[in-house]
Design a protein. Structure first.
Length: 441
């Protein structure tokens, strides 16, 4: 792939492009899907692609190639040049990172055993059996294994290579048509992958949520399961990007240095997190990834930046360059000192939400949003779960959610599935006075 990268870079420079970034990918992904307690589909994808970013007199464009013959590459670049010349310059573009850089290996991001894994089905069976043992009647879900290689070449003397693996499972368990639970496990190495945990949790929740009653609207103290709060953190990762701020898609605009959360809240993006599903050695300009504190003691400290935005704001890049805009790698909410049991004991009347989906923003700038609890949701009375409930919606405001966090669990869970695109490390979270409305039927 480095040969392909170098050819693309050479031809792009010959055509007159300025800044050029070429990211080559080799991906080997396996999928095992299961339903009704049985494996139903197994798939295997193996593909290569090259993503290309180019700049021509402050005009920016990007494209992707899967065919690497020289004629295709040259024709694609010529079309790209023709297109980019018709664009208006981005006057506040200030270039890409200047290399070279040295990269350190990051622990727990590559496991040869995942590459050589012959029977991923055994992990599916473990998850299914664990859910059934907890009382589930039907179990469904999906398991993925990943082996990725990334090859980076830029016009600013940067060359980098990264290789990583991953394995993850998402498990849904059912007792009847309305009683369901969800559990996940994600890891870059086999030793920290726990499909039985995912199955047990899904089955346990499904059994608890039988015969739910209608939920009532109002203000409640809410305990968010890590699976549920990870969804909120995933949206927070997008809003922390300076691109979202400038585009009018973030309630964080204009709030650097202001208090936006409870003073105990520390939220980070950690690109070099051991075992993080989003971890990589370098961002998409080649800057070595690092830990960036977004919120410290409740105060917004920075947006996520690439080199161009950092130069615009006269600061340093946070090593969060995506090909066209800054992005997060792994969101990390620092834990508190409560056990799960102690969190529940803090609630006199509230709700435990185990999962959410269909998160939608009524107003990105103010942060007003709603999201629908999925799977188990339960009334909490005097520290105890009393009844499962249904047909409710969380309707509130992002800043208010973070300001009203009153307690955090001491155990951290990594969450990554199709509703949580940016991996999130989060504990159980207790938030006071959360708005609950009736879900639309």
């Amino acid at each position: 792939m480095f040969d392909v990268n170098e050819f693309i870079l050479k031809k792009a420079k010959e055509l007159g492009f300025g800044d050029v970034v070429v990211l080559g990918y080799e991906t080997d992904r396996r999928q095992v899907r299961f339903a009704n307690n049985e494996i139903t589909i197994a798939k295997h994808w193996n593909y290569k692609k090259a993503q290309i970013f180019v700049e021509y007199e402050k005009r920016l464009a990007a494209t992707e190639l899967t065919n690497f013959d020289e004629k295709t590459i040259e024709e694609t670049l010529k079309v790209l040049l023709s297109s980019v010349k018709s664009m208006k310059p981005k006057e506040d573009y200030y270039g890409i990172a200047e290399g070279p850089f040295k990269y350190k290996d990051i622990p727990e991001t590559f496991d040869k055993r995942i590459v050589e894994l012959d029977e991923p089905n055994v992990y599916v069976e473990q998850a299914i059996n664990a859910a059934l043992e907890e009382g589930a009647k039907r179990v469904a879900g999906v398991l993925y294994t990943d082996h990725n290689r990334v090859y980076l070449t830029t016009s600013n003397d940067v060359e980098g290579f990264d290789e990583g693996t991953g394995i993850e499972i998402s498990v849904r368990a059912f007792v009847d048509d309305v009683a369901s639970g969800h559990g996940t496990s994600s890891s870059r190495v086999l030793d920290k992958f726990d499909p039985e945990f995912a199955g047990r949790k899904a089955g346990e929740i499904a059994k608890m949520v039988q015969n739910p009653i209608e939920g009532e609207p109002g203000k409640y103290d809410i305990i968010f399961d890590p699976l549920a709060f990870a969804n909120i953190l995933s949206y927070m990762s997008w809003m922390a990007s300076v691109f979202a701020v400038e585009a009018g898609f973030s309630f964080l605009a204009g709030k650097i240095g202001q208090k936006i959360a409870n003073e105990d809240i520390v939220l980070k993006d950690v690109g070099n997190m051991p075992n993080g599903y989003g971890t990589r050695k370098f961002d998409e300009e080649g800057v070595p990834t690092k830990e960036t504190t977004i919120i410290e003691k409740g105060v917004l400290k920075t947006y996520l930046l690439n080199t161009s935005y950092a130069r615009k704001y006269k600061t340093e890049t946070t090593a969060n360059a995506g090909l066209m805009m800054p992005r997060a790698w792994n969101m990390y909410l620092e834990p508190g000192d409560y056990s799960k049991e102690e969190l529940f004991q803090e609630v006199r009347k509230g709700i435990y939400i185990t999962n959410v989906w269909y998160t939608r923003f009524q107003n990105y700038v103010t942060g007003d949003f709603s999201t629908i609890p999925r799977d188990g949701a339960f009334l909490i009375e005097n520290g105890e779960i009393t009844k499962p409930i249904r047909n409710i919606r969380v309707s509130d405001n992002m800043q208010k959610i973070f300001e009203n966090i009153v307690a955090l669990g001491k155990e951290i869970y990594q969450i990554h599935w199709w509703e949580v695109d940016t991996p999130a490390f989060t504990p159980y979270v207790l938030i006071k006075d959360v708005g609950i409305t009736k879900a639309t039927k």
